[in-house]
Design a protein around this ligand. Structure first.
Ligand SMILES: Nc1ncnc2c1ncn2[C@@H]1O[C@H](COP(=O)(O)OP(=O)(O)OP(=O)(O)O)[C@@H](O)[C@H]1O
Ligand SMILES: [Mg+2]
Length: 643
């Protein structure tokens, strides 16, 4: 075969193979063009999932008549001029390929008017050489690009299109992602002439949370921590969902680098690693996070659809993201109010802020200067000055981060070590065997978290009924079992208490001090363990040889009978007088006081699902330990005899 230059359309169609995968990729490219043109309102009209029509109109700068032809040609861009520009890309586009590619696989009409021009012009690329025909048109300032019959001339690609609904859902996803990145722009998305999404521009920072809630759901914002951290040239902001808001899919993982939406392995890994063992297995975190950094520190020209970037200092960025997220999460995990607990008066977390210096999340839209925001700013400061230098100091040859980073390290060295280790794992290619588990969430896949299979432990379908207000009939791996609810709750409370143990528990003065009669051994115990009792919030003074007076009691036990709880505590702890009590003994005993006295169906259901989240891989084990198989033999015999 002789060597020949490919006709323009064919060359563009080949290029389109990489950029134009499906209707949503067309939408992404066109909306990005509108954003690059400074548009503040972008209308996206879709027909039949985008296969029939994708029309994007904006009020951006427009394209002058003389450049319309160029705009449709390959390798024509207004965004970079030389190699130097390529090393510091500020716009979303830069390849000069999108319009040429799209117009080679669809019927594309470009209509545009600049403010300086009196009238608008329309351009269409035709034929094998994609010659551009121009004609006058009516259009306000800005641009409309109308893409009709996508893949009409590439039937093989058209075959890959999924149903109208599926394709449209991909488009919706793209718009959501972009709308999260640009609060200052209004987006109106219609499908088959019906407005489906309308995101109004918000210019006040305090209202950003509203748009996030509109896109990710109010529940996400209600269960998210707001982060905002500057470090050197890096600025990291956004929302990270609390572990209790873990998702079964990665549908709320939004990260952006300099306003560009990303599916970057390194960023996702750093974030997931920050959650480490806080997330139940097979779940994904939810986050909307924005990283801003010097454009020269990041190479955006590494992925055809620009979904990934290459950071010049990957390790540094990884550690930074990890540290900010991990700090925010671990500072809050102990005080977290899990959704299932919200209606329980004994939720540990809703009381803790009184004693803790950490302000717990629940960061709804936050005014730039209000207290909550200030608090979140404080606790997320991940890097503190220390004398000893990071073991593997950051080597920056370009921008002078080195001075910053090498003299700053995470307040908890272990965290940095973990981050470094995780980064190594990420960068070590997986062996073939490991790669085969493609569908597992990355935290499991990459860090090798070993977990008990919970495939047959599905809390949603497991619970059937509460018996005697204390027990639940459950179906565990096709076995009918009777579960002691209060034992299970104790296991959960134990973890919560243990996590909070460094801080004293909130103590509430009793309206009237209560005098309790005890035996001598108990009185000695109270005297001897005054400090430990105080730690959990009990202030008791010995009045006589066989009585004590209780003046303060744990806030967490505010709904319980003081006398009963106190006696129960002593009974639990005074088992063996010769043995020294460990922290764990106290934690177990206190956890046991925190459990409910009885359960209804709803409470039991909530408890089981909370346990699954809190206990993670120990969930099944706890279920088995605290339950017995229900023996149905005698019932069956009765039924058989009755026949
Ligand atoms: N909506 C728009 N408003 C104003 N100018 C536009 C618009 N869309 C495209 N252009 C102009 O047309 C040029 C070509 O667009 P195209 O998307 O093909 O390339 P690009 O955005 O420069 O790079 P990339 O291929 O990476 O997207 C742009 O550089 C820009 O000057
Ligand atoms: Mg473009």
């Amino acid at each position: 075969m002789t060597i020949e230059i490919l006709p323009a359309r064919l060359a563009n169609q080949i290029a389109a193979g990489e950029v134009v995968e499906r209707p949503s990729s067309v939408v992404k490219e066109l909306v990005e063009n509108s954003l690059d043109a400074g548009a503040t309102t972008i209308k996206i009209d879709i027909e039949k999932g985008g296969a029939k029509r994708i029309r994007i109109s904006d009020n951006g700068s427009g394209i002058v008549k003389d450049e319309l032809t160029l705009a449709l040609s390959r390798h024509a861009t207004s965004k970079i001029k030389n190699l130097n520009d390529l090393e510091g890309i500020c716009s979303l586009g830069f390849r000069g390929e999108a319009l040429a590619s799209i117009s080679s696989v669809a019927r594309l009409t470009l209509t545009s008017k600049t403010a300086e021009q009196e009238s608008a012009w329309q351009a269409v690329a035709e034929g094998r050489d994609m010659a551009v025909a121009l004609q006058p048109a009516a259009h306000p300032n800005g641009t409309t690009i109308d893409v009709v019959d996508l893949f009409f001339n590439t039937p093989a690609r058209r075959k890959f299109l999924r149903t109208e609904k599926t394709e449209f859902s991909h488009i919706e996803e793209v718009i959501k992602r972009i709308a999260l990145a640009r609060f200052d722009v209004t987006f109106i998305l219609s499908h088959n002439q019906k407005v489906v999404k309308h995101f109004k521009s918000v210019n006040n920072k305090s209202l950003y949370g509203k748009r996030v809630a509109q896109i990710c759901g109010q529940k996400f914002i209600d269960h998210a921590l707001e982060v905002d951290c500057h470090h050197g040239d890096l600025h990291f902001t956004g929302w990270i969902g609390l572990p209790s808001f873990a998702r079964s899919q990665n549908d709320l993982c939004f990260s952006y680098v300099n306003g560009r939406m990303m599916r970057d392995k390194l960023i996702n890994h750093a974030i997931r690693q920050a959650y480490s063992d806080m997330l139940p297995v097979n779940t994904y975190p939810a986050f909307v996070l924005f990283l801003e950094l010097d454009v020269r520190e990041v190479d955006v020209n590494v992925h055809p659809a620009k979904h990934e970037v290459r950071f010049h200092q990957g390790r540094y960025i990884h550690d930074f993201i990890y540290s900010v997220c991990h700090n925010a999460l671990s500072d809050n995990i102990n005080g977290e109010l899990l959704p299932e607990q919200a209606d329980q008066s004994l939720a540990i977390s809703d009381i803790q802020p009184e004693v803790s210096t950490v302000n717990y999340p629940k960061s709804q839209s936050v005014e730039a200067h209000d207290g909550a925001h200030q608090a979140s700013r404080d606790y997320i400061k991940p890097l503190t000055k220390v004398a000893d230098v990071h073991s593997q100091p950051y080597q920056n040859t370009n921008q002078g981060h080195q001075s910053n980073y090498s003299s700053y390290t995470h307040s908890n060295n272990q965290v940095s070590r973990n981050a470094a280790q995780a980064y190594q794992t990420l960068m070590t290619p997986l062996s073939e065997g490991e790669q085969s588990d493609g569908e597992k969430p990355d935290n499991e896949k990459l860090i090798g978290v070993k977990s008990l299979s919970v495939a047959n432990v599905n809390e949603a379908s497991m619970f059937t009924k509460v018996v005697d207000e204390q027990y639940a009939l459950i179906n565990l791996a096709d076995e009918l079992r009777l579960l002691a609810l209060n034992k299970l709750e104790q296991a959960v409370k134990f973890i919560e208490v243990k996590n909070r143990w460094q801080h004293d528990f909130v103590s509430q003065p009793l309206l009237l001090p209560i005098k309790i009669t005890l035996d001598q051994q108990q009185v000695v115990f109270v005297e001897r363990h005054a400090t430990a009792l105080k730690k959990i919030g009990i202030v008791a003074t010995v009045v006589t040889k066989n009585s004590v007076q209780i003046r303060q009691f744990p806030a967490l036990l505010r709904n319980k009978d003081v006398n009963f709880s106190f006696n129960k505590l002593l009974t639990l702890l005074l088992v063996d007088d010769n043995n020294e009590l460990t922290n764990s003994d106290w934690q177990q005993a206190f956890a046991s006081l925190l459990t409910a006295d009885s359960y209804d169906n709803k409470q039991a259901e909530n408890l089981i699902s909370l346990s699954q989240r809190q206990l993670n891989s120990a969930f099944e084990q706890q279920l088995r330990l605290n339950s017995v198989v229900v023996d149905l033999t005698s019932s069956i015999t009765k039924l058989t005899n009755a026949e």
